[in-house]
Design a protein around this ligand. Structure first.
Ligand code: DCP
Length: 230
């Protein structure tokens, strides 16, 4: 009997040590990443890591997101370095379930947001270089698991309307041109593959659909995410 108990414990341990199937949910601001993750709350055995933005809005009482939008030249570096830390924390957080679904990643921070801030000179070349070195160091030295990227593809004009409608106070000054540029950077990274690195296969969903129709579109991804017939 004791032999069987040991064997069963070993098999449980190895089952627990199996890495979760890890999915990043990516897409423009307002593309519905949080809604997508919430859709998966109905399923068991899935870890959801949502809303990193809430951490960025309250670091020891400081709203880094607001500081960044109000004075980007002064605060973009601080903001993006904190984004990197919160994303690394999410990447490294163990999931006690077979599936781990997380909102955004270190990759979209680097290839979309930091890339934009470098190109439009919001970040000084020295600041960009430091962020880029951190990114490269992490990539080469810290394992980041990625099995699938769900890209919630949208049209800039549609997400722009959503952003205006949801009226998150920090984002009121965001111009359509910024949303268009972020759209191009997501496309370059996930569709056109201009960076050598795309860490996992990409599933593209039509996230222009409104809330009444989007559930069917989300369901298209259930099979690949839950990895069983649903
Ligand atoms: N942001 C940024 N730099 C990053 C990540 C995000 O400046 N590396 C900003 C853009 C938004 C806010 O943070 O103003 C949150 O953006 P997200 O797209 O991450 O989150 P949303 O809540 O907009 O996603 P969705 O509406 O798709 O759920």
């Amino acid at each position: 009997l004791s032999h069987l108990t040991v064997a069963s414990n070993i098999s449980k341990m190895s089952a627990n040590n199996v890495k979760p199937f890890t999915v990043f949910v990516e897409g423009n601001i307002g593309s519905g990443k949080t809604t997508f993750l919430e859709h998966f709350r109905q399923f068991e055995d899935i870890t959801l890591l949502t809303e990193p933005v809430e951490m960025w809005r309250d670091l020891k009482g400081c709203n880094l997101l607001e500081l960044m939008y109000k004075d980007p030249e002064k605060w973009a570096m601080t903001f993006q370095s904190y984004v990197s830390l919160t994303m690394l924390d999410m990447h490294r957080r163990p999931a006690p379930t077979p599936v781990k679904l997380m909102e955004r990643s270190l990759f979209s921070a680097r290839y979309c947001f930091v890339e934009h801030m470098m190109r439009n000179n919001t970040l000084h070349p020295a600041q960009f270089a430091v962020l880029d070195e951190w990114f490269r160091f992490i990539q080469h030295n810290i394992p980041i698991d990625a099995d699938l990227i769900v890209y919630l593809k949208t049209s800039p004009s549609i997400v722009y309307q959503r952003i205006k409608k949801r009226a998150r106070s920090e984002e009121q000054c965001v111009p359509l041109s910024y949303i268009e540029e972020l759209h191009r950077l997501h496309e370059d990274w996930l569709i056109n593959r201009i960076h050598a690195e795309c860490p996992a296969p990409v599933l593209v969903l039509d996230a222009d659909l409104d809330l009444s129709q989007i559930t069917d579109e989300y369901k298209r991804s259930e099979h690949q995410i839950l990895r069983k017939a649903v």
